[in-house]
Ligand binder design. Structure first.
Ligand SMILES: [Cu+2]
Length: 140
């Protein structure tokens, strides 16, 4: 009589946060009393899955949005982005005249040389994940 052992291999999967790498990131210094500022950077998805950027939040500002600047019939407009999908091994570039993180209603005076926290918020399944980045304030 033979006895067989049934080996059950259980695969445990869990939602692991996958973030893009961020390079060359900065918050554009503005004149004193500016009510609107913008932040930029290069996000690269080095994973094998889509990364979905939903939103941004900074405690240093009353309101933060992800925008894309476009020119429609010769008029510059900013379009709010509900989400941006970064495909595997592709890059999303935030730069002047294009995608940007729009920062409104600064809570305090923000100077060149400061570092300002911006949380980038991603969609992962039913959950949201947060990537905390400290953006240097620079004149460029
Ligand atoms: Cu904008």
């Amino acid at each position: 009589m033979r006895y067989f052992t049934l080996l059950l291999v259980s695969t445990i999967s869990f939602a692991q946060a996958e973030f893009p790498t961020i390079e060359n990131y900065w918050l554009q210094a503005a004149p004193p009393n500016a009510s609107v500022m913008a932040a930029y950077g290069e996000l690269t998805n080095n994973t094998d899955n889509d990364i979905i950027l939903l939103d941004a939040y900074s405690p240093a500002f009353g309101m933060t949005m992800i925008h894309q600047s476009v020119i429609v019939d010769g008029v510059a407009k900013m379009i709010h982005q509900d989400q941006i999908i970064i495909k595997p091994h592709e890059e999303l570039t935030f730069k002047p005249g294009s995608y940007h993180i729009m920062l409104m209603q600064p809570e305090f005076k923000i100077n060149k040389g400061d570092k300002i926290k911006i949380n980038l918020i991603y969609k992962k399944g039913d959950q949201k994940t947060v990537q905390e980045i400290w953006f240097p304030v620079e004149f460029r």
